[in-house]
Ligand binder design. Structure first.
Ligand code: C2E
Ligand code: MG
Ligand code: MG
Ligand code: MG
Length: 281
């Protein structure tokens, strides 16, 4: 349920927005956020290839506030800069404790790309933690459209030059999905879970899923299906040669402390995952 639907919440959007901004500022001052990690798996081998870092905010009165609600406020107020930097620094440190073939993906707001400082923030986080850039993936979504200007395109390129992978998140949902591919070379596409949910059930979403997987094949980039919840969806994705998947079928996001036990189950034995090749930088 969204906050605005709670009976105790002010009905006026403006008032809720004002309270959320006030409390978000407070949370940023204390960095009172948590990071959870959701496994991404190689569909063929079912080994975990990496984890996506997902931000959590436990409000003292409202309880868990969804990032879909507070990230837009953070974007509008500019607080996303401090939050995003903190997330990057935390996950780079955390990922150094994982096996070398397990990567970490971080969501980055288009607002962070528009302000030219992102490459320095990313490279400093990698350097401080001692994490190999190839193990970091940045996921960009179009909650706010990525600006088609030299600063944004230059930032994307500078981040990619570090050796970091770039993934286009929630693909198919936004107006600009295909346009982004024309303007910039991404390493990975994540099919939005609204299409995956209907895969094998409804004709149009199924055709879109197949088309996106084929598009990735033609472009030579990795395809990830988001929101995989059933074995049937997984079987159909395997049939289409989709490389990786993420979703409740493999688990919800876990705490950093739970990762080694999870990997002991999913990734027995050593050695890099032979199934999914990382593209060159
Ligand atoms: P996203 O990057 O597309 O992340 C996937 C969302 O789908 C997550 O929601 C995850 O919990 C949910 N999900 C994963 N598997 C399943 C499934 O099988 N079924 C269903 N129904 N849902 C599934 P979450 O954690 O609420 O995050 C929502 C969005 O908030 C993210 O979407 C991302 O755009 C944004 N977000 C999260 N953390 C950050 C962050 O650190 N920075 C920024 N800028 N955005 C973030
Ligand atoms: Mg994401
Ligand atoms: Mg997504
Ligand atoms: Mg999303």
């Amino acid at each position: 349920m969204r906050l605005s639907e709670l009976p105790t919440m002010p009905k006026m959007d403006v008032e809720l927005r004002r309270l959320m901004e006030r409390d978000l500022r407070d949370a940023v001052a204390k960095m009172a956020f948590q990071i959870r990690y959701q496994p991404q798996i190689n569909i063929r081998t079912r080994r975990v290839t990496g984890f996506e870092a997902l931000l959590r905010w436990q409000h003292p009165v409202w309880g868990a506030v969804s990032p879909d609600e507070f990230i837009p406020v953070a974007e509008e107020t500019g607080l996303i800069g401090a939050i995003g930097q903190w997330v990057l620094e935390q996950v780079c440190v955390e990922a150094t404790t994982w096996p070398a073939d397990v990567n970490v993906a971080v969501n980055v707001s288009p607002v962070q790309f528009d302000n030219g400082g992102l490459p320095e923030i990313v490279s400093a986080a990698l350097r401080k933690a001692g994490l190999n850039p190839f193990r970091l993936e940045l996921e960009v979504t179009e909650s706010v459209p990525l600006q088609d200007n030299p600063v944004t395109l230059g930032t994307l390129q500078a981040v990619r030059d570090l050796g970091v992978l770039l993934a286009l998140d929630d693909f198919g949902l936004g107006f600009c999905s295909l346009g982004y591919l024309l303007r910039f070379a991404f390493d990975k596409i994540k099919i939005d879970r609204s299409f995956v949910a209907e895969f094998g059930k409804a004709e149009v979403p199924s055709a879109i899923v197949r088309a996106i997987i084929a598009l990735c094949g033609n472009l030579g980039i990795i395809c990830t299906a988001e929101g995989v919840e059933t074995e049937e969806q997984l079987r159909l994705l395997l049939n289409e040669n989709c490389a990786t998947a993420q979703g409740w079928l493999f688990g919800q996001a876990v705490t950093a402390e739970e990762i080694s036990a999870l990997l002991a189950r999913t990734n027995p034995g050593d050695g890099p995952d032979p199934g999914v090749k990382r593209p060159p930088p």
